[in-house]
Ligand binder design. Structure first.
Ligand code: SF4
Length: 343
């Protein structure tokens, strides 16, 4: 693979469906949830790469695969020029310091019985980086960088004694205490109050520059992604349907699903009228994904070919780096209605 900081090729994660004893006796074929099904992309050093899509699109599983928290069913993951797809846990250990994650729910991420000082400093002890006063010094410095001041006070508090936004800052401090260079931010502001979301996003941007970080930013909210990402991939039912720079995807969204996601973003203008049709129904069952284009059952533009033939992710003419997976784009001059998007 070409030299990118992160490169993912044809990545797959199929989870076996649990069967009970009777089902197992009579069924000849094992069934799988195809959470991630042939995903390829790269992330360059210093870039913020967004993965967007509805719940169930496979974006969180993709993040976990890159962190090697899951063993992939197929495909390849390169990290900083090294194939890490099947590294043993022992071989992964030194790399774990370099790749960290911020989960969506700070309440579930923090042990309620651990003080903030202990929670943030724990990784320093585990990885044998610093102990005692030295570790405390580093934790206090990190809390200050997160805006949790005076740090001595926060050091002694427990998670239930601070607000939700402050808890998310603690989670960020814990992720950064080992000075990683790659961070998976999985819906990092989704649980925060609207009033503090912009502040957390600004903090994430500042931390990226201060710590020379590269982000995989996972979100269902395209307005947030536009604010922070350099490039973005839109996922649907385990596959990427469109990928490009933020400018390309927001100013010229081509896949009907991307258009629908953008149409769902609230616009603070009562005169604004939407032109992209909202897709019908729910995301289909990933155990039996639809034949052909996986989006066809919900797509207002579906034709016969869409039901039988899976579209490839192909480059968009005249837009380097912009790819879309839709049969109809460009065919006989037909193109899904590109709506005006105002975010
Ligand atoms: Fe819709 Fe067909 Fe394009 Fe799929 S390939 S998005 S069904 S038009």
């Amino acid at each position: 693979m070409a030299e990118h900081f992160i490169a993912v090729e044809n990545l797959k994660m199929w989870f076996p469906v649990q069967q009970d004893f009777i089902e197992g006796l009579f069924s000849h074929q094992r069934e799988f949830v195809r959470a991630v099904d042939g995903v390829s992309f790269h992330i360059d050093r210093g870039e913020v790469f967004g993965l967007a899509g509805e719940s169930g699109s496979g974006k969180t599983t993709t993040g976990r695969l890159i962190l090697r928290l899951l063993e992939p069913t197929g495909g390849r993951i390169d990290f900083d020029g090294r194939d890490i797809t099947h590294l043993s846990e022992a071989a992964m250990r030194p790399l774990r310091r370099r790749m960290q994650v911020i989960f969506q729910d700070p309440n579930a991420s923090l042990n309620p019985r651990m003080t903030i000082g202990k929670a943030v400093g724990h990784a320093l002890e585990i990885h044998n980086v610093a102990h005692g006063d030295k570790a405390k010094e580093r934790v206090l410095e990190m809390l200050t960088r997160m805006g949790l001041t005076p740090p001595d006070r926060y050091y002694r508090l427990y998670p239930h004694q601070i607000s939700g936004g402050q808890r998310q800052r603690v989670v960020m401090a814990r992720a950064l205490i080992l000075r990683p260079d790659f961070l998976v931010a999985d819906e990092p502001i989704a649980m925060a109050d609207v009033s503090v979301r912009a502040m957390l996003l600004d903090l994430l941007r500042r931390l990226k520059d201060d710590f020379h970080l590269t982000y995989l930013f996972i979100t269902h909210d395209l307005a947030t992604a536009k604010y922070i990402c350099d490039r973005i991939a839109v996922m649907y039912l385990g596959q990427i349907v469109e990928i490009g720079s933020v400018d390309q995807v927001y100013s010229n969204p081509l896949h009907p699903y991307t258009q629908a996601l953008l149409a769902a973003v609230p616009v603070p203008d009562p005169k604004f009228r939407r032109t992209a049709p909202i897709p019908k129904g729910e995301i289909p069952n990933p155990i039996h994904p639809p034949s052909g284009c996986r989006f066809h059952a919900r797509c207002a533009y579906a034709r016969e070919r869409c039901r039988t033939e899976q579209p490839l992710l192909l480059p968009v003419e005249g837009e380097p780096g912009h790819f879309v997976s839709c049969h109809m784009f460009g065919e006989n001059g037909w193109k899904p209605v590109a709506q005006e998007v105002q975010i």
